[in-house]
Design a protein around this ligand. Structure first.
Ligand SMILES: *Cc1c(COP(=O)(O)O)cnc(C)c1O
Length: 380
């Protein structure tokens, strides 16, 4: 088989400094990891609250493995839904204060499956330009007419919303925390517009759950708009420290997703041990608010030391530092690794051309003196 055409494209990626070397990183407890034999602080992980290695979460997973084995064996509808899945759904309902919850094998699958199931090809979807790829893919798959807006120019969205509706429903779809810049969606304004122009708001809380809001429910809680948002989608793979996606919703939406979200219907259920671990994590998020307080205080300290030298205002753990050129971004990330910090080197196509950046994800596992040292290195 001849793959010359791929090899030519791959060479082009190398020439443009867009080549992605896939590294092996050994995770270690307390937010550390081992890269090329050295122990470094991992600031490229989304395990914000240091729960992935919490002994109690690990123990819950081990117990479930002893009881239920490793794989779920089938999709939830066929025979894959176990008491551990049911327990996790109940935990999410309680945590989120919603009637129902649906589990997916990842946050990606939750977004694609939910949006493509709820939105019809008669509808119009207003989609933020910086939304996560999985939201964009879900919107595309729905067949709806897609209108792209920018959350820093809501007047353009409003102008579009004012236009006469074509008969289908209207949806506004947004990340709650924009994953590449770390800024928050203007959810209060978006709710106003959704009310005023008869649209439904869908919010992806991937980076919000466990981190924002006084109970850790996310940015919708932080802005006090939970009841005004039609559907909240979350992931279990970031602050929860495990794997999987979920939708917190009404029981009608749950029933509909069970029947028609293809990424749920046609995909094997999560391993029971993952469900057991996630239940434990949600418990710790509720009983140990000091984790997110510490995360926010370290993030605030880092932002203060960086004194505005990042891409977008905010107050959370994702801090992006614009470098622009991909080769320089790679070099700076490699230098930081030598200095003991693993940070994200983010280049196109993940972000637009000319906006390559270092992306730092703070973790509650970090110590204040490390934050100072990192800010010092970045200021050189
Ligand atoms: C990470 C992420 C997802 C995907 O979640 P996974 O569980 O990793 O598949 C979806 N949306 C946003 C905004 C994300 O950052």
């Amino acid at each position: 088989m001849n793959w010359d055409w791929l090899d030519a494209d791959l060479q082009r990626l190398r020439d443009e400094d867009l080549w992605r070397a896939v590294r092996t990183i050994r995770p270690l407890p307390d937010g550390w990891c081992e890269v090329d034999g050295g122990r470094v602080r991992n600031l490229s992980s989304n395990d914000y609250l240091n729960l992935a290695h919490d002994p109690r979460v690990m123990e819950a997973a081990k117990e479930a493995i002893d009881d239920a084995g490793v794989g779920a064996g089938a999709s939830a509808l066929v025979s894959g839904r176990s008491p551990w899945h049911e327990r996790l759904e109940e935990t999410i309902c309680e945590f989120e204060g919603t009637e129902a919850a649906v589990l997916f094998s990842s946050g990606y699958a939750a977004n694609v499956g939910t949006i493509s199931a709820l939105v019809s090809d008669q509808d119009v979807v207003f989609c933020d330009r910086l939304n996560h790829a999985s939201l964009i893919d879900g919107c595309r798959m729905s067949g709806a007419r897609l209108r792209v807006y920018r959350h820093d120019r809501l007047e353009v969205l409003e102008r579009d919303l004012k236009k006469k509706s074509t008969g289908g429903r209207r949806w506004i779809v947004t990340d709650s925390v924009f994953s590449m810049d770390g800024d928050l969606a203007p959810l209060v304004d978006l709710c106003e517009m959704a009310d005023r122009y008869d649209a439904r708001l869908v919010v992806d809380e991937a980076h919000g759950t466990g981190v924002y809001g006084s109970s850790g429910r996310g940015v919708c809680e932080y802005f006090g708009v939970e009841d005004r948002v039609a559907v909240r989608i979350g992931t279990l793979s970031k602050a929860i420290g495990t794997l999987g996606g979920f939708v917190a919703c009404s029981s009608s939406v749950r029933d509909w997703l069970w029947h028609s979200a293809r990424t749920q219907v046609f995909s094997t259920a999560l391993p029971p041990a993952v469900c057991a671990a996630a239940v434990k994590s949600f418990g710790l998020i509720q009983s140990e608010p000091e984790r997110r307080e510490r995360l926010m205080s370290l993030s605030g300290k880092f932002r203060e030391l960086m004194d505005g030298r990042f891409s977008a205002e905010g107050e959370g753990p994702i801090v992006s530092i614009q470098v622009e050129q991909p080769d320089l971004t790679q070099q700076l990330a490699a230098d930081l690794l030598d200095d003991g910090f693993l940070v994200g080197s983010i280049r196109p196509p993940t972000v637009p051309y000319g906006t390559s950046r270092l992306r730092i994800c703070m973790t509650a596992a970090c110590e204040a003196n490390e934050v100072e040292r990192l800010a010092g290195l970045l200021s050189q």
